[in-house]
Design a protein around this ligand. Structure first.
Ligand SMILES: Cc1cc2nc3c(=O)[nH]c(=O)nc-3n(C[C@H](O)[C@H](O)[C@H](O)COP(=O)(O)OP(=O)(O)OC[C@H]3O[C@@H](n4cnc5c(N)ncnc54)[C@H](O)[C@@H]3O)c2cc1C
Length: 302
């Protein structure tokens, strides 16, 4: 095997988790490669208000600066997705969509999650124009406005409760509210208008959200629609290595050093579970990058 192709640390994902891992690994002089696309990061289209020491900055700006920073410390980037990962003895072999084959001593999985979608007209076109998948991130943009939360479970119900601190009126649209009794009581005691047994059929608006239509023909006038249907991880690659997932099979299990159950494989960011926030992704990226670099330096290959 040519030494030039062998990396100490390969990171799957170029969101904030992956970028921070690349910064810490490369500063420890580990040969580091990061894969994935900035524009596929959840952060790319976001406006960030709740990340320490940064205020009203775009996700795209953060990602571009972070990538440049990591490159300055020697990390390499490849704008490609990985299609296959295999364990070969103590090493890992990766195949990319461009046909490249990469060998590495350690792997950091930072592939994020995909928010579950409603799949109704208007949802895609009005994303970032009133449609949001994250109450924690965007509640502050809807102070004194009317908002609608769509979803059946605690993420939606808890999100609706949180929004009552910001919005003037909060509607909750759900097929069937599937939450603990205590949360149901809090919803009942609040001013939230619950539309139980209803499905959303269309999000209305030209350049910004104006409202939402329900399956009984009702239309709710609103400037914000929060879709809180949970998230699914990009877990196929993790599963192919035999990495343990949580009991709901949604997130990768890690310990405090961000190690998975497979030696040499770490995970960071949204893929390890909530809160699905940049601050957590960055913190985990720091730990995973440092730990993976340290492990790689000590690894003896026959
Ligand atoms: C609309 C919106 C607004 C948000 N606003 C905020 C906010 O205000 N504050 C906040 O803290 N958080 C916010 N978030 C959440 C935040 O974006 C995420 O928590 C954060 O981006 C997670 O980082 P990550 O590195 O784990 O994953 P991501 O940023 O999602 O990055 C995943 C990376 O993995 C790559 N990838 C996927 N599959 C592969 C593969 N097979 N091979 C190689 N690479 C792959 C992708 O290309 C991408 O680069 C928001 C999210 C959304 C969707």
């Amino acid at each position: 095997m040519s030494d030039i192709q062998l990396y100490d640390v390969v990171i799957l994902g170029s969101g904030p988790g992956g970028i921070q891992a690349a910064i810490h690994a490369s500063r420890k002089k580990a040969r580091t490669l990061m894969l994935g696309r900035l524009a596929n990061s959840s952060l790319y289209w976001a406006h960030i208000e709740n990340y320490c020491c940064m205020f009203q900055v775009t996700g795209e700006e953060i990602l571009r600066t972070g990538r440049e920073q990591a490159e300055n410390f020697g990390a390499q980037f490849m704008d490609q997705d990985v299609l296959k990962v295999e364990k070969k003895g103590k090493l890992f072999e990766l195949s990319t969509e461009g046909g490249d084959c990469i060998t590495t001593k350690t792997l950091i999985i930072a592939t994020g999650t995909t928010r579950n979608k409603l799949g109704i007209p208007g949802e895609k076109d009005l994303l970032g124009k009133g449609v949001s998948y994250c109450v924690d991130c965007d509640a502050g943009f809807f102070r004194n406005e009317t908002v609608v939360v769509v979803g059946n479970q605690s993420a939606a119900a808890g999100g609706a409760m949180a929004l009552t601190e910001y919005a003037s009126t909060v509607h909750l649209v759900c097929d069937e509210l599937d939450v603990a009794q205590s949360l149901r009581k809090r919803i009942a005691a609040s001013d939230i208008i619950v539309h139980e047994g209803r499905k959303a059929t269309e999000i209305i608006g030209e350049n910004a959200v104006e409202g939402i239509s329900l399956d009984n023909g009702e239309r709710i006038e609103s400037t914000g629609i929060f879709i809180e249907l949970g998230a699914k991880g990009v877990l196929e690659l993790a599963s192919s290595l035999g990495i343990l997932l949580d009991e709901n099979m949604r997130y990768v299990e890690v310990d405090r050093k961000l190690r998975t159950n497979v030696e040499g494989v770490y995970a960071a960011g949204d893929i390890t579970g909530p809160p699905l926030q940049m601050a957590k992704a960055v913190g985990e990226g720091c730990v995973a990058g440092t730990e993976a670099a340290t492990y790689a330096k000590k690894l003896k290959i026959d």
